[in-house]
Design a binder for this molecule. Structure first.
Ligand code: MTE
Length: 313
């Protein structure tokens, strides 16, 4: 018998708190203030994440074609199942220590190793990019991430030529009450080596010019703007290279609804709802969803030869 368990993204729209209309270019200014009211993300005895957060804007990604979402929505309406299935876990997530933080790099690499986040930040220059984000639940936001291209991390990891996939494993910490739920922890995601090399694939360590808050995946997360948000694994602790396609968290849980590729496509509905439109966080405006979340020019070629794959779920 199949047990029906309600996930956060099955919550009906009418249970989502109506949000005031705040859509203007002053979102940038408001962002600084909104983040300032959040509890400090690093304890006083932890080294400051000076290298994360503020960085020059990459002009190629300075305009996402939409108003930037007010920081107070992007940082208080989150999916982070390790802390619970509610959207309002941001307070609980402050308990996730951000330092010390290490990332294990292993699998098909020349030399497996463990690197501290501040060492990593010292080795790869940071930049800011404004990206659209589209959740599979049909809400969306537009936010400025700070970080660096995933391709630079792959280069640093020095994978063997035979590696085909990059797998991201995320934190399991005692501060996370959700880990006692039935889900197939740890939260794991993956991309192909070619996807990882794409110019859009990004590792985020900051948001709105500040270190990435824990609820958004601090201190380090994946950001793949052409895919549904669940591919963007938060709070990464391990990056592995392999020649086998990984079984990812949502695919392991419900393969009929969440696949490996998860590219955004308005024409392919989720089995239980339409993906034709999306709701903008902050304004609640509903707008049409775009193929590959509007990034088709940069990524469509990645999938040209994969006609028999379920690319859009
Ligand atoms: N990463 C981890 N470790 N745990 C999660 O529950 N949720 C995913 C993704 N990464 C999730 C995760 C989903 S469903 C989405 S839409 C985005 O994070 C949400 O990111 P945001 O809260 O920063 O908007």
């Amino acid at each position: 018998m199949q047990v029906i368990r309600r996930r956060g993204w099955e919550i009906p729209e009418h249970r989502v708190t109506p949000e005031p209309i705040v859509l203007n270019r002053r979102a940038w200014l408001a962002a600084a203030g909104a983040l300032a009211i959040l509890p400090a993300i690093a304890r006083a005895d932890q080294p400051a994440a000076a290298a994360a957060g503020s960085a020059p804007v990459n002009p190629a990604f300075s305009n996402a074609g939409r108003a930037v979402t007010d920081a107070k929505y992007a940082t208080t309406y989150n999916n982070y199942y390790e802390f619970g299935t509610d959207k309002s876990i941001w307070r609980e997530a402050q308990a996730l220590p951000q330092r010390p933080w290490t990332i294990r790099i292993d699998g098909m690499v020349g030399k497996p190793r463990t690197i501290g986040i501040d060492d990593l930040l010292a080795q790869i220059p940071q930049e800011e990019r404004i990206y659209r984000h589209r959740c599979v639940e049909a809400w969306a936001m537009t936010v400025p991430w700070t970080g660096f291209p995933l391709s630079k991390l792959v280069k640093l990891a020095d994978p063997l030529a035979s590696a085909r996939y990059v797998v991201f494993e995320t934190a399991q910490d005692k501060s996370m009450p959700g880990l006692s739920d039935f889900y197939p922890w740890p939260y794991t995601e993956g991309v192909t080596i070619d996807e990882a090399a794409n110019e859009l694939a990004f590792i985020s360590t900051g948001l709105y010019g500040k270190p990435l808050p824990p609820q958004n995946g601090g201190p380090i997360r994946l950001t793949l703007p052409w895919k549904y948000g669940f591919k963007s694994a938060k709070s990464i602790v391990r990056i592995s290279f392999t020649d086998k396609r990984p079984a990812t968290f949502w695919e392991a849980l419900q393969a009929s609804e969440y696949g490996f590729w998860a590219n955004v496509n308005p024409a392919v509905p989720h089995p239980r709802w339409s993906q034709a439109t999306e709701r903008l966080l902050g304004t609640n405006e509903r707008i049409p969803t775009q193929l590959f979340n509007g990034y088709a020019d940069q990524v469509a070629a990645l999938y040209a030869g994969l006609k028999n794959e379920k690319l859009f779920m």
